[in-house]
Design a binder for this molecule. Structure first.
Ligand SMILES: Nc1nc2c(c(=O)[nH]1)N[C@H]1C(S)=C(S)[C@@H](COP(=O)(O)O)O[C@H]1N2
Ligand SMILES: [Mo]
Length: 221
């Protein structure tokens, strides 16, 4: 556990984003996804890679980093970085779609495929949801089907270099088919659950699932 993993402070940015959620900011009303629609509705392309978080960057070295996988699993995991990178590694290229309307194409990730993590921890029959816990106190929730996406991975590298601290190093989740707030940075623990439990942004007005092509930015009420 990080000694600084208390409830995150509500920053000005957090309050602003909460207000946007209330106001339905950035909604275009378009909800269709055609096969050739790479850029989801209401998004624009960026070439740089913005940093977005709660404003508290936890400084976790690869030596101190641990991954804890627990809850509704047959085989709980507690790995250090060497054990984590000792598993078969996967490379994948995917697009980022942030709810604040920027998208970034062709990000090269390397890490452990979620599919391989699932083989290792073996979720129980009744495991249907999970909560990601991060070293900055951030949480986000996913349905197990979304987590198990073929291109989802626990990434330690981006563009052939170790993931920087700003972007969630040593290890972050990448779930390309959902808005990027679901892709927890500074990943610390994965809790498998039988019941859903909304995370940091999901209790502050963000959509529970966050499909960019359906423009699931915010929850209805
Ligand atoms: N631990 C943690 N993960 C997080 C966040 C955060 O505040 N803390 N912010 C989320 C949000 S809202 C976005 S858009 C992306 C931003 O990732 P980036 O800074 O690498 O672009 O991280 C997501 N994962
Ligand atoms: Mo975001």
């Amino acid at each position: 556990m990080a000694d600084d993993s208390n409830e995150p402070a509500t920053s000005k940015l957090t309050r602003t984003k909460q207000r946007w959620a209330r106001e339905g900011r950035f909604l275009t009303g378009k909800i269709s996804r055609s096969e050739d629609q790479r850029l989801p509705p209401g998004q624009h392309l960026t070439r740089d890679w913005p940093v977005l978080d709660l404003g508290l960057t936890p400084h976790i070295s690869r030596e101190r980093w641990r991954l804890d996988v627990y809850g509704a699993v047959e085989a709980p995991i507690f790995w250090d970085f060497a054990q984590f990178t000792g598993k078969p590694q996967t490379r994948s290229v995917s697009d980022i779609h942030c709810v604040t309307t920027w998208s970034r194409y062709d990000n090269q990730w390397e890490g452990l495929a979620v599919r391989d993590l699932l083989m290792a921890c073996r979720p129980r029959e009744d495991a249907r949801y999970l909560v990601l816990h991060s070293y900055d106190g951030y949480t986000t929730n996913l349905a197990i089907e979304d987590f198990a996406a073929e291109d989802a991975l626990l990434a330690h590298s981006w563009s052939e270099a170790p993931l920087t601290q700003d972007h969630g190093g040593p290890v972050r989740l990448v779930v390309p088919h959902l808005y990027f707030w679901k892709s927890a940075k500074w990943l610390q623990a994965i809790e498998f659950r039988t019941e859903d439990a909304p995370g940091y942004w999901e209790v502050r007005g963000y959509h529970n699932r966050g499909d960019p092509w359906a423009e699931q930015r915010y929850s209805a009420d």
